[in-house]
Design a protein around this ligand. Structure first.
Ligand code: MG
Length: 275
């Protein structure tokens, strides 16, 4: 009898503590177990690593140098080129605007990327500028260089995007310079459009598709090969910003397929290189 009482008491205690630990973890964002948990390290790197900030400053400082270099080398250009007005092309998300809070929201609420949440975040106009981006854009603009913001945000997000860019201090932000996705996600035709009127000095992006067509829909290995092929162009005409949170680097791991979160997790594991 005594033993049975003791047993039911310990079972009760166990269940009670289990219930509260589950309840407790549901209250604490840190303890939520989700399929998106793998993203937390990447988001924290953007939000909390001074190294991330340093990389951004490094990229934009280098971009400023490219502008200075361009001025020094102007005389070497053919006359027709010399007279053309100049521009820089920047991507928006994770190049000049930081959407890490939207990523964090997705992880905490266990919601993978989806358009309603993405639009809602855009409507808030709350994205901060990537460190160094505003300074760089103003530097370029002060030299008479136009800034074109080429992004795959949807047209419906245009006003909110313009407002957000202006709010954080970017120059040359207008209907004309903010060029969003129309039908195709490839940015090639939009880059050409800018290049038809301007001499493009430098391009900045966090995704290789922000720079050239040759990276689009390529496998991990082919992305490496294409990157190696033009190795002298990095830091010369193309300047890359770090984005560990998402991008075609990740889509390439999934072979650009529509997969469930479980299938994606499996592909990620399979992609790891082991000793
Ligand atoms: Mg981007």
């Amino acid at each position: 009898m005594k033993n049975r009482l003791l047993l039911s008491f310990s079972v009760f205690t166990l269940l009670f503590s289990l219930y509260f630990s589950v309840w407790n973890s549901a209250q604490q964002k840190t303890a939520i177990k989700t399929d998106l948990e793998y993203q937390i390290g990447a988001i924290l790197y953007v939000q909390k690593a001074a190294e991330y900030r340093a990389l951004c400053y490094q990229a934009f400082n280098w971009a400023k140098r490219m502008i200075d270099e361009d001025e020094k080398n102007l005389k070497k250009l053919p006359k027709s080129e010399r007279r053309r007005p100049r521009a820089v092309i920047v991507d928006i998300d994770e190049t000049v605007l930081d959407n890490s809070p939207a990523q964090a929201y997705g992880v905490i609420n266990n919601k993978p990327f989806n358009l309603p949440d993405w639009y809602a975040w855009g409507e808030m106009r709350k994205a901060k500028a990537v460190p160094g981006a505003v300074d760089f854009a103003n530097y370029a603009y002060s030299k008479g260089i136009r800034i074109f913001y080429i992004s795959n945000r949807d047209e419906i997000q245009k006003q909110a995007t313009i407002d957000n860019l202006k709010n954080v201090g970017f120059p040359d932000v207008s209907e004309e310079t903010v060029i969003l996705r129309q039908q195709e996600s490839s940015k090639e035709s939009r880059r050409r459009m800018v290049a038809s009127k301007y001499r493009v000095v430098v391009l900045l992006g966090d995704n290789l598709n922000d720079f050239a067509q040759q990276f689009e829909k390529k496998s991990v290995e082919d992305r490496f090969a294409e990157t190696d092929k033009i190795r002298q162009v990095w830091g010369e005409r193309f300047i890359v910003l770090p984005n560990p949170m998402y991008g075609d680097w990740e889509n390439a791991i999934y072979a650009y397929q529509r997969l469930t979160e479980e299938q994606k997790a499996q592909k990620r594991l399979e992609a790891l290189e082991l000793p």
